[in-house]
Design a protein around this ligand. Structure first.
Ligand SMILES: *[C@@H]1O[C@H](CO)[C@@H](O)[C@H](O)[C@H]1NC(C)=O
Ligand SMILES: *[C@@H]1O[C@H](CO)[C@@H](O)[C@H](O)[C@H]1NC(C)=O
Ligand SMILES: *[C@@H]1O[C@H](CO)[C@@H](O)[C@H](O)[C@H]1NC(C)=O
Ligand SMILES: *[C@@H]1O[C@H](CO)[C@@H](O)[C@H](O)[C@H]1NC(C)=O
Ligand SMILES: *[C@@H]1O[C@H](CO)[C@@H](O)[C@H](O)[C@H]1NC(C)=O
Ligand SMILES: *[C@@H]1O[C@H](CO)[C@@H](O)[C@H](O)[C@H]1NC(C)=O
Ligand SMILES: *[C@@H]1O[C@H](CO)[C@@H](O)[C@H](O)[C@H]1NC(C)=O
Ligand SMILES: *[C@@H]1O[C@H](CO)[C@@H](O)[C@H](O)[C@H]1NC(C)=O
Ligand SMILES: *[C@@H]1O[C@H](CO)[C@@H](O)[C@H](O)[C@H]1NC(C)=O
Ligand SMILES: *[C@@H]1O[C@H](CO)[C@@H](O)[C@H](O)[C@H]1NC(C)=O
Ligand SMILES: *[C@@H]1O[C@H](CO)[C@@H](O)[C@H](O)[C@H]1NC(C)=O
Ligand SMILES: *[C@@H]1O[C@H](CO)[C@@H](O)[C@H](O)[C@H]1NC(C)=O
Length: 465
């Protein structure tokens, strides 16, 4: 693993490149080195394929469940014009997409800022390269976007645009900027506003998104719905708030009703899940990521909606470098009673299954829990979880080869693995958990687990207070 090498060197300030295996990437492994006194761990530097050239994207280090899509050469080129001075370029963009659809190559010019102030439906795309060399900036008219954004009907997610279609290759080394600050500040006043995700996908197939810089998303960076055989590669994600109002719910990726998705070789600086598998995420590989400040790589939350059946199955998460996070690997399930995490995040009562999930090769640094399994998500009254245990089953889950140290927050605990009843969890194992708390402990709270299969020192707990 490229990133683990830099981390294994500890205080040595070496960086590995986050570049995909590309024939023409300007790899600059050590150009970003800082002295060890400045920072212990440094994110891999972003580099990208040469301007105007497609990156060559291959699975690293593991094979995906299905071969990556390949793309025929395009025969036509459309360069998008920019009006400049913050004027809305949406109609220029739409006409370029239409005239180069079915076999063309759309170019957003370098050193050019394009403004988008209109919600656009891009689900008609077919056989097209979208080559973003410049910057695309979304306006911060929160009134307009709340009225016109696309509504997904899941956790109040909305989007600036809706990306879908077949045989779509997006790359270019350029940037998408969500102008998140206005949203972080507005959300602090009113948690019920509808914040757009930066990249909203609905019905995308056989496509790759690679070599892009993503900044200041108002909410998640990617919402991936109804997708099949889609690859995310070499993305550089970051966007901190400049005010006292923290950028919340800025998940790197949320997958939903999707299959055969691969997310790899990327750097994520955010404030919620680094990646999260929402209901009906199957046959997915997440690998070679460097996450900082997140809530870890999560299955769920699941069981949020009464009457729905959520499946997360056949998932491999491997070679993850996790820094300053609340969790490393997490599975979060709502109880079978109405619960609330906050006014705008409520749920409980849903059914489903989590099956065949592997979390391996995690390197942890200042992470609160290396592993967290809960079926009491969003509920502080543990008696209620015991009285109304989740029916959602969790089976065949392996946590393997974790190294590093946790934060002081739960010391001596490094993990918590708790199901809410004896019947729903089976074959959950944790092997080679070489993680210690700052005081040198290896403890965990365990409930309805086979403790002998967990390489942590279990203290059995009860749900009742
Ligand atoms: C990690 O994120 C924190 C903010 O949460 C930031 O201050 C720090 O610079 C980041 N670390 C690196 C190495 O990028
Ligand atoms: C874009 O700007 C960079 C400097 O930021 C410059 O090196 C490059 O030549 C410019 N490219 C074009 C096409 O103007
Ligand atoms: C924001 O959008 C609203 C609704 O579309 C519009 O009435 C208003 O003029 C826009 N404000 C700005 C500053 O463009
Ligand atoms: C996904 O596809 C289903 C079935 O076609 C559709 O009902 C739904 O609106 C689509 N989008 C999302 C976000 O689920
Ligand atoms: C998930 O897939 C199952 C099986 O196809 C289906 O019954 C269920 O409604 C789906 N759930 C969601 C949230 O789409
Ligand atoms: C379970 O997931 C692994 C990847 O971790 C995969 O190789 C295997 O094929 C999956 N099992 C089934 C039955 O699909
Ligand atoms: C949006 O949030 C509100 C407030 O929590 C909630 O009542 C509503 O059900 C949410 N919508 C969806 C689709 O989750
Ligand atoms: C364990 O994970 C580390 C990264 O944290 C990796 O360097 C090492 O090769 C892995 N060991 C095995 C046996 O896979
Ligand atoms: C927790 O739930 C139990 C069972 O419904 C109830 O008896 C108890 O009063 C609740 N405790 C609190 C602090 O709300
Ligand atoms: C337990 O789960 C693992 C995957 O984590 C799988 O390889 C193994 O076959 C399962 N064992 C049993 C007895 O089902
Ligand atoms: C965890 O496994 C390591 C070897 O991988 C072993 O040395 C250690 O004793 C185990 N710890 C516990 C608490 O089982
Ligand atoms: C932590 O584990 C140690 C054994 O290593 C045990 O003596 C201690 O009671 C445990 N503490 C907690 C809080 O679980």
């Amino acid at each position: 693993m490229k990133f683990a090498t830099a981390l294994a060197l500890g205080t040595l300030a070496l960086t590995a490149s986050a570049a995909p295996t590309t024939s023409n990437s300007n790899s600059n492994s050590n150009s970003n080195s800082k002295s060890a006194s400045q920072t212990k761990y440094i994110a891999p530097a972003f580099s990208h394929a040469a301007r105007g050239q497609r990156p060559s994207v291959s699975a690293h280090p593991h094979k995906p469940f299905k071969a990556f899509p390949t793309f025929p050469q395009r025969t036509k080129t459309c360069t998008v014009k920019s009006l400049g001075s913050g004027k809305d370029d949406s109609s220029n963009i739409l006409s370029a997409f239409h005239s180069c659809n079915n076999g063309g190559h759309v170019i957003f010019s370098p050193n050019t800022t394009y403004t988008i102030g209109t919600a656009m439906d891009w689900t008609f795309l077919n056989s097209i390269d979208i080559d973003i060399q410049g910057t695309i900036k979304f306006t911060d008219n929160t009134t307009y976007w709340q009225a016109n954004s696309f509504k997904y009907g899941f956790q109040n997610a909305t989007s600036f645009f809706k990306l879908g279609g077949n045989d779509v290759f997006i790359y270019g080394g350029g940037e998408l900027d969500g102008s998140g600050q206005a949203w972080y500040d507005l959300y602090a006043q009113d948690i019920y506003i509808l914040r757009p995700v930066l990249i909203g996908i609905d019905g995308l197939k056989n496509s790759i998104i690679s070599d892009l810089v993503l900044r200041y998303s108002p909410m998640y960076y990617h919402f991936v719905a109804n997708a099949s055989n889609v690859v995310f590669n070499n993305l550089d994600i970051s966007g901190f708030s400049a005010s006292a109002n923290v950028a919340k719910n800025t998940d790197g990726w949320d997958t939903y009703r999707s299959e055969y998705v691969t997310i790899q070789s990327s750097v994520i600086n955010n404030g919620d899940d680094c990646v999260s598998f929402k209901p009906n995420s199957t046959n997915m590989v997440v690998q070679d990521l460097w996450c900082n400040g997140s809530h870890g790589i999560s299955v769920g939350s699941l069981g949020q909606y009464v009457g729905e059946y959520d499946i997360v199955e056949n998932i491999l998460v491997t070679d993850i470098s996790m820094h300053n996070a609340s969790d490393g690997a997490r599975i979060k399930v709502w109880p079978n009673s109405p619960s609330a995490l906050s006014g705008d995040l409520q749920g409980g009562g849903g059914d489903g299954r989590v099956n065949n999930v592997t979390y391996s090769n995690f390197l942890l640094d200042n992470v609160d829990y290396a592993i967290e399994v809960t079926q009491c998500y969003g509920q502080s009254n543990l008696t209620l979880c015991a009285e109304y245990p989740s029916p959602l089953t969790i089976s065949n889950v392996n946590f393997y080869n974790f190294t590093g140290t946790t934060s002081t927050k739960y010391d001596p605990l490094i993990a918590t693995l708790e199901c809410s009843s004896a019947t729903v969890c089976s074959n959950i194992t944790a092997t080679d958990i070489n993680v210690l708390s700052p005081k040198g402990y290896h403890n965990a709270t365990c409930l309805y687990m086979d403790d002998s299969k967990l390489n942590v020192t279990c203290t059995d707990v009860k749900l009742t207070l």
